[in-house]
Design a protein. Structure first.
Length: 169
């Protein structure tokens, strides 16, 4: 678990998710959000899937006669099994922490989307950032045929809600 504390940002650790992470998010204006913030759930879900693939690979290596894991140097079989068991435990802890963070992100996104007045914009935001749809799929889902319609509407909405950058003079 010490490895997890050294390697992962503190915001991903289970005990700090609710405190530090939410404090930072609550400091922002409620009606403003960036494209990067909106995309965090999408990328977090991809990270979780990558970690799950890694866990499956580690578990397969732990049960095989001669484990071969990409990215690991070859060492003797006894310490191989011990190292793999430790990595499996670390990988499970990472997945658990990221799943908790994913729930926090999902709830934050839903709260933001629910605060949007325009029903069509709520649909576009939800389909894009909660469901992970492409612009073409979003266009079809809202009854349009051109992917540029929801994309342009989305970009215009974000431009209207962004906070102007503070410049140091």
């Amino acid at each position: 678990m010490d490895w997890l504390r050294r390697e992962m940002p503190s915001s991903l650790l289970p005990e700090s998710i609710n405190a530090e992470y939410l404090k930072d998010k609550l400091r922002r204006r409620r009606d403003s959000v960036t494209k990067k913030e909106l995309s965090q759930l999408y990328y977090l879900n991809h990270e979780i899937e990558q970690e799950r693939r890694r866990l499956r690979e580690l578990e397969a290596a732990a049960t095989s006669v001669s484990p071969k894991i990409t990215g690991l140097p070859h060492i003797n079989k006894i310490s191989d099994k011990t190292a793999i068991a430790a990595q499996i435990a670390d990988c499970r802890a990472v997945i658990e922490a990221k799943l908790k963070l994913s729930v926090v992100e999902y709830n934050r996104l839903n709260r933001f989307i629910a605060s949007v007045d325009d029903s069509l914009m709520r649909q576009i935001l939800s389909l894009r950032y909660i469901n992970g749809f492409s612009w073409q799929k979003i266009a079809f889902a809202i009854g349009e045929h051109d992917e540029s319609y929801p994309r342009k509407k989305h970009n215009h909405f974000l431009k209207l809600t962004e906070i102007p950058e503070q410049k140091n003079l």
